[in-house]
Design a protein around this ligand. Structure first.
Ligand code: DHB
Ligand code: FE
Length: 281
């Protein structure tokens, strides 16, 4: 049976993609951010997942305001990124795992989650930058797993509640664990932490709230479901709603997790940058 090894979160800021391109790992601005990743690289080397379920929020490349699925799951043989205007390179395609994708979609729809299935899905920086952070050289890393993208709407209201995001993760876990092949799966939650890119509060970062989320997500995620969507926008910023991805990831890990490593650094670009690796018991 397929098994979930753990979950990893990271901010997915486009400027990070450019810093990777320019190899700014030891630059004084970037070092405290990139220092959060070697422990994750070691865990990936030690555990070698076969599949990565990458939970991110599309920002307008795969979907636009005219058609905005609340939850979409990729079911393609491969996934390509495209030029979004950030100066990020167009990479070779990321190989998919359509059999597991369809199994998850079947399972989740039976579980009463209404999923948009995507046999084609261009993937944006929210998907690609975390892949580059965790598997340097992606998709050409010798340990690169097959990918399944899952995108949730954080762009156009109404966005899902934190409880729905956690419940989505729990249903995702049932879908993955009922797949008959022995596959090792890692789940990513990308985006966040606090940031607001536009409007009167552009540049808003809330360290206290970010720490509250980081301190509770491993062992007390139900507590975080009490946060309303209005409160989330207020406390995390309009784009800090990307924390929903972290909740989806957390739901997929089951009750007992161990924190392997954590990093938090502000600011990177306009964002509170958080990285967390949780291992399943
Ligand atoms: C930034 C952060 C994001 O999550 C994003 O999607 C785009 C930009 C930023 O901090 O600049
Ligand atoms: Fe984003």
């Amino acid at each position: 049976m397929a098994k979930i090894l753990g979950g990893i979160t990271t901010s997915h800021i486009p400027a990070v993609g450019n810093a990777i391109q320019q190899e700014l790992y030891d630059d004084p601005y970037w070092k405290p951010f990139f220092d959060g990743y070697p422990k994750v690289h070691q865990w990936i080397k030690d555990n070698k997942p076969d599949v990565v379920v990458n939970i991110y929020n599309d920002h307008g490349l795969g979907f636009f305001l005219d058609q905005m699925p609340t939850f979409a799951i990729g079911a393609a043989h491969e996934y390509k990124n495209e030029d979004e205007g950030w100066g990020l390179p167009e990479l070779d395609p990321f190989p998919g795992h359509p059999e597991l994708s369809w199994h998850i979609i079947e399972s989740m729809v039976s579980d009463e989650f209404d999923i948009t299935s995507c046999q084609e899905l261009p993937v944006d920086h929210g998907f690609v930058v975390p892949m580059q952070l965790f598997w340097p050289g992606a998709p050409h890393n010798e340990d690169m797993p097959k990918a399944i993208p899952i995108s949730a709407n954080t762009v156009q209201h109404p966005i899902p509640t934190l409880k729905r995001a956690l419940d989505f993760g729990k249903a995702l876990r049932r879908g993955i664990e009922s797949f008959p092949e022995d596959l090792k799966v890692v789940v990513l939650g990308t985006g966040g932490l606090s940031h607001q890119l536009d409007g009167e509060r552009a540049g808003f970062i809330n360290k206290e709230f970010d720490q509250y989320c980081l301190n509770n997500i491993a062992h007390n995620p139900e507590e975080l479901t009490k946060i309303t969507r209005m409160e989330l926008v207020e406390k995390a910023g309009a784009q800090g709603t990307e924390f929903l991805m972290w909740m989806m990831m957390r739901g997929a890990l089951g009750d007992n997790v161990t924190e392997v490593t954590r990093n938090y650094h502000i600011p990177i670009s306009n964002t509170g940058a958080g990285t967390l690796l949780l291992e399943c018991a």
